[in-house]
Ligand binder design. Structure first.
Ligand code: SF4
Ligand code: SF4
Length: 70
């Protein structure tokens, strides 16, 4: 029997390399990602459902899908 994994994926932005283009904000179905102070994107992990659309849309390829507990 396989033990059910409780790990989920959440988007994580490499904020040092984000160019604040806003492409990720436009595609997020949950409104979980925003560009703070016009400088870099940040993710509201409680709202992120781990769909990965933002990572696909990012032209700078700075969004990584990471596994988190729960
Ligand atoms: S993974 Fe999906 S829900 Fe999470 S921030 Fe990216 S687009 Fe939004
Ligand atoms: S799409 Fe990528 S580069 Fe553009 S704001 Fe989002 S994380 Fe930053």
């Amino acid at each position: 029997m396989t033990v059910q994994s409780r790990k989920r994926k959440k988007a994580a932005v490499d904020q040092g390399h984000c160019v604040a283009c806003g492409c990720c904000v436009k595609v997020c179905p949950r409104g979980a990602i925003s560009v703070a102070y016009g400088c870099y994107a940040q993710v509201d992990e409680s709202a992120c459902v781990g769909c990965g659309l933002c990572a696909k849309a990012c032209p700078a390829d700075v969004i990584e899908m990471k596994e988190v507990e729960g």
